[in-house]
Ligand binder design. Sequence first.
Ligand SMILES: *Cc1c(COP(=O)(O)O)cnc(C)c1O
Length: 524
Amino acid sequence: MNAQGRPSRPDNIAATDAPTFTGNKALQIEEDLIFEVGDFAGTGVDFPEPDGAPSRLGGLERDAPIGLPGLSEPETMRHYVRLSQKNYAIDMGPFPLGSCTMKHNPRLNEKVARLPGFADLHPLTPEAQAQGALEVIDVLSTWLKELTGMPAVAMSPKAGAHGELCGMMSIKAALEARGEAATRTRVLAPESAHGTNPATAVQCGFTVDEIPADKTGRVDLAALKDMLGPDVAGIMVTNPNTCGLFERDIRAIAEAVHDAGGYFYCDGANFNAIAGKVKPGDLGVDAMHINLHKTFSTPHGGGGPGSGPTVLSEALAPFAPVPYVVREGERHTLVETRRAAKEEGESAKSFGRLTAFHGQMGMFTRALSYMMSHGVDGVRQAAEDAVLNANYVQARLKSEMTPAFDGYCMHEALFDDRFLKDTGVETIDFAKAMIDEGYHPMTMYFPLVVHGAMLIEPTESESKRELDQFCDALLSLAKRAKAGEADAFKAAPVHAPRRRLDETAAARKPVLRWTPPIPAEAAE
Ligand SMILES: *Cc1c(COP(=O)(O)O)cnc(C)c1O
């Protein structure tokens, strides 16, 4: 006992991996499937029995139990809160996923998004009563057009991939208007492209050819020129690219594609590195999506909600999807149909509608609040700091790890697995060991052009203290790998609620459906 009468620590405690009766490990609570937790008879609500009113279902009444788990409200709530606490989140620690730009989501954004005038607005609210919301869309559009140097923007796409679809559908519509949709069927994309690029092109009916990379990790301009021809609809190029490098030949690339009669789709997922510094419109881009959930700090993870406004060049603007906001003096109107778009301008040839409504309003308010609280100079500084942080990480780690390419990087530092050669440790083991250290691993095995890739994007929102601790942890792991601790790496993670999964079985034979256990009497 200490002076306050509280028990002091006994001397004889040893760290053990003691199994527990419940399977819980202190506050890490085991969580079964909700179907396994509840029984099927229970319910969390108490409705009175129906008073014998005759059924009007004509014999279609369910004759077997519905099979929903029956839990009380607190049981249900605890189940989902426990599950939610198994997630790693940007609010818990650094989230260095390259290409994903997992930056801090400022709380000011949340406050603005929760203002009842925005939060409670129904998408079918009459225009006259939604002028403020339409103005938000209009002002945000103006910022996006200004920052990208592009004349038009489609606000409705609901993610980056959806923005790609919007851009490629605009290109398809433009080719149709030129009478060349049947002949221009090829889209070119670099080997290092994000998977959504070729997937989008194929979805739009194009075939995709890979543009090889040069030694520096960038598009091989000469090879690209050789691939161009009258059958090319366009290219899809990310800049800065997924190796974290600026495509220095970007204007020559755009010019070559335009000379060949194609369009330039730029994947703008990495806009965070150049926002406020470079205007994609000056680089010859025809269409580019902007992931508001990356560059403009709206939340993501757990599948959404994303938002992927797509800026369009003069050549593609007439094909933009409906709806969009137009402003006349103080009044904002929503152009909802292709016919209305035609009346709006002779040349408008909208390809139609991508989504039910005007886009992700909650993300628009958050993104605009981020932009307005930072100002253009703040947005530019965020880009500069993101690049500085990535170069700091690259510089600190390169004594033990191997950067994939020489020289400075943009907003993400790419390493390959040469430093693990002959250690018996692979990229995946390194990632699992990071989990034990309390870090979400960086992006692993992407881009595919780099062997055993590890793509680290610290973002501008990590402090030097956080970066140092992260780098120290990685340096220590790299040293341990080289010191012959392969077995420990193969066993990792040891401190996570689940140990290493059988990744192959999980991918090849996933169990996606819960089936009730056979009751004992039926099994007999
Ligand atoms: C994130 C990303 C995408 C896809 O964006 P989503 O919003 O996840 O659909 C496309 N390309 C690159 C390079 C990305 O990093």
